[in-house]
Design a protein around this ligand. Structure first.
Ligand SMILES: [Zn+2]
Length: 295
């Protein structure tokens, strides 16, 4: 696991404010060129998608507020000017934490309607437990409930909602012409994923999200995961297969009337143990899958 991923894990696990980690000088925003005019920016939160071109910079997710200046600099370095659009794949703070400063700088923030509902002041609780912290300027100003397309930088950027997957407000974003897709946190490349059951997420929805992307993907498709390295269809197929295997095994235990304790004791996903992280150990993941199949 990379140093960046470890920092993310430490931040989430310890509940450290994002500021505490982002002030550390060793957090850099690393641009990965995906294809002509499209980049993935990696730092301490969810991977950022970036389109640059004649129309201006369009970004998918914006990580943490203290990284704002570094993200803006990386956008400029990639040939983008001011950020014109921010599309949030979901409401978690490591994907929307930069919204306030992006909004103040004039970017149009767009997301599924449940992202705005969950971030609305008074209801906002991020994954590290901060509540009521999202000011109005950080909220999406354009919301949609099914799908929306941006005709931008010579591309159709096609955003599709996937229901009850990582959360209840997830969006998958296709660059249709470039054959690139950003899956938000419906794809953790090489890791057991987080399923935010408290935010309406569920394993069946995550499996469906993978299937939706695989139906349109080919061997040339570049896939930006919410966390982990840039990927392709082969890795997503592997991830999807793992989720199906895990769901089926836990469902069998549930059908047998086994308790979560009995399921954990049976070690039903031992062959995937090396995909566990400090933040998502096997026991926690099994608990989330169990809840998503029984609640
Ligand atoms: Zn997330």
């Amino acid at each position: 696991m990379s140093r960046v991923s470890n920092l993310l894990v430490a931040t989430l696990a310890l509940g450290l404010p994002a500021a505490a980690i982002a002030q550390q000088n060793d957090i850099q925003v690393t641009p990965v060129e995906v294809t002509d005019g499209i980049y993935m920016l990696m730092a301490a939160g969810g991977n950022i998608g970036l389109s640059v071109g004649d129309d201006g910079a369009f970004i998918i997710d914006d990580q943490f507020e203290p990284l704002h200046d570094k993200i803006v600099a990386a956008v400029r370095d990639a040939g983008g000017g001011d950020v014109r659009f921010v599309l949030n794949t979901h409401w978690h703070g490591d994907h929307t934490g930069g919204n306030r400063l992006m909004g103040e700088a004039g970017a149009m923030i767009v997301a599924h309607e449940n992202v705005r509902r969950r971030m609305d002041p008074g209801t906002f609780t991020d994954v590290v437990g901060n509540t009521g912290q999202a000011p109005p300027i950080a909220l999406p100003v354009v919301t949609f409930n099914d799908e929306v397309s941006f005709w931008w930088n010579g591309e159709q950027i096609h955003a599709t909602h996937v229901a009850n997957a990582h959360t209840d407000g997830d969006t998958i974003v296709w660059f249709r012409d470039a054959n690139v897709v950003h899956m938000g946190d419906n794809f953790f490349n090489g890791m057991l994923p987080f399923i935010d059951v408290d935010s309406g997420g569920g394993i069946d929805g995550m499996i469906a999200a993978s299937e939706l992307v695989l139906a349109d993907a080919n061997e040339m498709t570049k896939i930006i995961p919410g966390h982990g390295q840039l990927s392709g269809a082969a890795q997503l197929r592997e991830f999807h297969g793992m989720l199906v295997t895990i769901r089926d095994r836990i469902q069998t235990h549930v059908d047998n009337g086994d308790s979560l304790e009995e399921i954990i004791a049976a070690e039903p996903i031992a062959e995937f143990a090396d995909m566990a992280t400090g933040w998502m150990p096997v026991e926690r993941f099994l608990g989330l899958v169990h809840r998503s199949l029984t609640e």
